[in-house]
Structures are given as structure tokens and as C-alpha cells.
Design a protein around this ligand. Structure first.
Ligand code: C2E
Ligand code: MG
Ligand code: MG
Ligand code: MG
Length: 281
């Protein structure tokens, strides 16, 4: 009896795994075809100066609309693209399009709005990465110091010498680097001090409970103080409420990104949003 029950559980487990694998294979096929058929696109979410509401940047965020018209969230397909290596081509495409959009935003009268681009680990490690950044800048005419590449904290901790070297190469190209989702990894501080980065992005998870959870506030405060001591910029992501923005500003965080200000938007909507902000002064 016990044996058959055990066997039953076992086969249930494998069937589950098969479904999981099958689903991933299907998703990957879908992603590949979406990429080939230009069904991936970018949305842009504003970053603002908290005190004045002035737009200071936008983050490019990838979107995939499936055949049935429904969105597949990046948290689902980016890891898959990462494991399959497809991310190298997708990431390069994202970077070029985002650079091109930076040029358009500047031409529309917003030369100081910088463009943040997410970079994945496989992309960052790829031998051609630096060349790809260089040609994205050259081919689009984007201003290097208006492009900010976001790497995650866990990526920054991978292999200290390698990462430090890459970040120096990026610095030579003139692009900026931010550490995304900061506070979620376990950075050793000594090591951060060795890396040539420009800005820390306080992870949404700490912002979310900023006003209700003492520990979240302490983490946010620590990141802000750390950025100041290291001479780095700092921005909070996922700001949804005015109270959160107020607390962040009080703690010394100048910039924020989140639904309180704007959701990720398509280029046309972004341009309207920027123009409207300007009109309001
Ligand atoms: P991320 O880089 O940390 O991006 C911020 C995420 O928070 C975005 O989710 C954004 O839509 C969301 N967000 C912004 N403000 C708020 C808010 O006030 N409340 C809430 N609840 N969420 C907010 P999204 O677009 O779904 O992207 C998820 C993640 O997927 C990104 O996290 C990033 O890690 C990855 N990703 C997105 N686009 C790309 C890309 O082009 N390349 C790579 N490698 N990764 C990407
Ligand atoms: Mg990001
Ligand atoms: Mg982030
Ligand atoms: Mg995040």
C-alpha cells in the first residue's frame, strides 16, 4: 500500500515536471518567434526629481504581446531568454532601440532626460557586449552619458575582477551604470567601493513598506546614506504613494520612479507626458 502510494506521488511529480518543461519550451518558441516577428516592444517609465516633479530620466521596459493579445510579463520570459542565450540578441535590440529613443526624446526638447536600460547577466558576460554598447551609441547618435545601464546587485557580485573590468570599460565609453534592485542581494560594502558605478536603485520591496515597516525604512535609509558616502546617486523604484515619496525625500533620496508619477508608457504617450509636464512648469 505504502509502496503504491509512493509510486503514485512519484508519477504525479514527474507529470508535473513534464508539464512545466513543456510549457517552458512552448514559451521559448513563442518568444523566439515574437522576437523574429517584431512583437516585442519597449515601454518607458519616467523617473522624476521628487521635490519638483521634473522628469530626469526614463527606464526602458520590455513588453511581449502574445498571439492572443495578452501580455506575458518580463519576469516570466526574461529568465527563460537568459537561460537559452536568446537574451543576448534581445538585449542588444533593447539597447539599440532605447538609445534611438533617447535621441528622439532629446530632439523633442528634453536633452536632460536620461535613458535607463536593463542589462542581463548573459548579455553583460558576452564577449561582444562592450562592442555592442559602442555601436549602439555610434549608430544611433545617442549621448553616452545620457545612457544608464542597469545591472542587478547579484550580477555585480558575480566575479569581482571581471565585473570591475567591464564597468571600467563602460566608463571609458562614457555610459553610466546603476545597480538595480539594490538591497536585495548581500553586497559586501568593500566591494561596492571598488566598482565604478554611478547610482544605486533602492528596490521596490523596501519602498513598499517604507511607511509601515521600520526595517524597510532602515534599509532605505542605509542605502541612501551609503550612496552619499560613496558619492553615488540614488533613486527609489516602485513609489506608489505620496507619503513614500515624502519619507524618501526626507531621508535624502532625490529621485523616484513609480506609479505615483507614471506607469510605463509607449513612446507617443511618453512624449505627451513630457510635454504636459513642461507646460505645467
Ligand atoms: P526592474 O528593472 O526592477 O523594473 C522595475 C519594475 O517595476 C517594472 O516591472 C515596472 O513596471 C515595475 N514598477 C514600476 N513602478 C512600479 C510601482 O509603482 N509599483 C509596482 N508594483 N511596480 C512598479 P516590469 O516592467 O514588469 O519588469 C520586471 C523586470 O523585468 C524588471 O525589473 C527587469 O528586471 C526585467 N526587465 C524588464 N525589461 C527588461 C529588459 O529590456 N531587459 C532585461 N534584461 N530585463 C528586463
Ligand atoms: Mg531596472
Ligand atoms: Mg529595479
Ligand atoms: Mg526591482
Amino acid at each position: 500500500r505504502a509502496k503504491s502510494r509512493h509510486r503514485g506521488e512519484h508519477s504525479f511529480f514527474t507529470r508535473d515536471m513534464n508539464v512545466e518543461i513543456e510549457e517552458r519550451v512552448k514559451l521559448l518558441h513563442g518568444l523566439r518567434s515574437a522576437f523574429d516577428n517584431e512583437r516585442l516592444f519597449l515601454m518607458y517609465q519616467p523617473q522624476v526629481r521628487i521635490e519638483s516633479g521634473e522628469p530626469v530620466g526614463v527606464e526602458a521596459l520590455i513588453r511581449w504581446r502574445g498571439d492572443d493579445g495578452r501580455f506575458i510579463p518580463p519576469d516570466r520570459f526574461i529568465p527563460l531568454a537568459e537561460h537559452s542565450g536568446l537574451i543576448v540578441n534581445i538585449g542588444n535590440w533593447v539597447m539599440r532601440l532605447a538609445c534611438y529613443e533617447q535621441v528622439k526624446i532629446a530632439a523633442a526638447g528634453f536633452p536632460n532626460v536620461q535613458m535607463a536600460v536593463n542589462v542581463s547577466l548573459a548579455q553583460f558576460r558576452h564577449q561582444d557586449f562592450i562592442n555592442q554598447v559602442r555601436s549602439a551609441l555610434a549608430d544611433t547618435g545617442a549621448v553616452a552619458h545620457q545612457i544608464e545601464l542597469e545591472i542587478t546587485e547579484s550580477m555585480a557580485m558575480e566575479d569581482a575582477d571581471f565585473v570591475a573590468g567591464k564597468l571600467n570599460e563602460l566608463a571609458q565609453l562614457g555610459v553610466k551604470v546603476a545597480i538595480d534592485d539594490f538591497g536585495t542581494g548581500f553586497s559586501s560594502l568593500s566591494y561596492l567601493q571598488r566598482l565604478r558605478v554611478d547610482r544605486l536603485k533602492i528596490d521596490r520591496s523596501f519602498v513598499k513598506d517604507l511607511c509601515t515597516n521600520q526595517r524597510c525604512r532602515q534599509v532605505a535609509e542605509m542605502v541612501i546614506q551609503l550612496s552619499r558616502k560613496l558619492g553615488l546617486g540614488v533613486i527609489a523604484e516602485g513609489v506608489e504613494e505620496a507619503d513614500q515619496a515624502k519619507v524618501l525625500l526626507g531621508l535624502g533620496c532625490p529621485d523616484a520612479q513609480g506609479y505615483l508619477y507614471a506607469r510605463p508608457m509607449e513612446p507617443e504617450a511618453l512624449h505627451d507626458w513630457l510635454a504636459e509636464r513642461r507646460a505645467r512648469g
